[in-house]
Design a protein around this ligand. Sequence first.
Ligand SMILES: Nc1ncnc2c1ncn2[C@@H]1O[C@H](COP(=O)(O)OP(=O)(O)OP(=O)(O)O)[C@@H](O)[C@H]1O
Ligand SMILES: [Mg+2]
Length: 366
Amino acid sequence: MSFFSKSIVGLDIGTSSIKVVQLKQTGNQWGLISMGMAEIPKESLEAKNPDAQRSILVETIKRVFKESGVKTKKVVTSLSGDSVIIRYVKLPYMTIEELRGSISREAEQYIPLNIDQVVLDFQILGETQEDGQRKLDVLLVAAKVDVVDQHLVLLKAAGLTPMVIDVDAFALQNAYEVNRLEPGEETIALINIGASLTSINILEGNNTRFTRDIPVAGNDFTKEIQKEFNLKFSEAEELKKSHGAISMEEDDFSLSTVSHKDDRVLRMSDVMTPILNKLLGEIRRSFDYYETQARKKTVERVILLGGSARLKNVNRFLANKLGIPVEHFSAFRNVEASKNVDAEQMTEKEYHMGVCLGLALRQAES
Ligand SMILES: Nc1ncnc2c1ncn2[C@@H]1O[C@H](COP(=O)(O)OP(=O)(O)OP(=O)(O)O)[C@@H](O)[C@H]1O
Ligand SMILES: [Mg+2]
């Protein structure tokens, strides 16, 4: 059924850019009606007070809607980072009504925030027996009230109506499901390397079993380049995007893979590699936690996305160090483009669009 859901769009307000995706469903097939992405002018953002910052975001949201031709005002958006807390917990068995009544009391011990200052939601994932007792597997989601409020104020100022506020991690899971070639029970990690955050989702089949956001991502690469070459942030950003790469020991990097007359490529690699190693350390810690404590299964494959997955050799670096296959996620593999969508833009931006695609897919459920 999609009487009014048809016109819902996914809106991903990232820290570096804002993305929009509008989908149409025909039977089992998804079609891309429109998509867009607009950079948030970072330097202008830094200089301003919160009100002025909000109006820059509002301008950027309006711009991306205008440029992509999306007329709809109903949106599905998301929260991420430390404004949301996601926990997989086991609770004593009770009915859903009982749980609804007692959720804040039950959640209190798992949520490291004052329970009066969060918006709580939950989902019952299943039932298990533990020590002869019936237990519920419950997914808890808590978001800080003031963050949700600010988010709503921003959307309102942009003239939009929020239908659902999702969480990046769940949106990624939805996006992944639509793009799987065949269903299976394989354990994979979706790693979304954005501008300020890297999110890790470990999935068994279609179920997320672990999720974590790490505050190491593209901006950290850019800041190192900025220091190394004494540039403005935006200049360092451009240099990274046009010539950035991680050098691999097995390549004779200085001679072959990149043809640059200067040593900027190597210097960039030298300053970015420690950041990538830091990220690798956090990824390993997450995998270890999942593998030993949580489920006693191992991550078999990594699926990489986010704008920073475009950095040359990041996939090879991670594959070498983790010792498992790392492949890129094509957000639109199973999504057919309508003729208004620019095919080149679709390919260029697809690593950025995972979360946004997942948000747009919510229309199927609403
Ligand atoms: N060609 C490229 N090479 C390297 N990095 C790139 C390239 N293109 C984009 N990036 C980086 O990708 C990042 C933006 O990715 P993305 O759009 O996924 O982030 P975001 O959603 O805005 O951020 P976040 O999710 O952290 O809030 C930026 O740090 C940008 O520098
Ligand atoms: Mg993002």
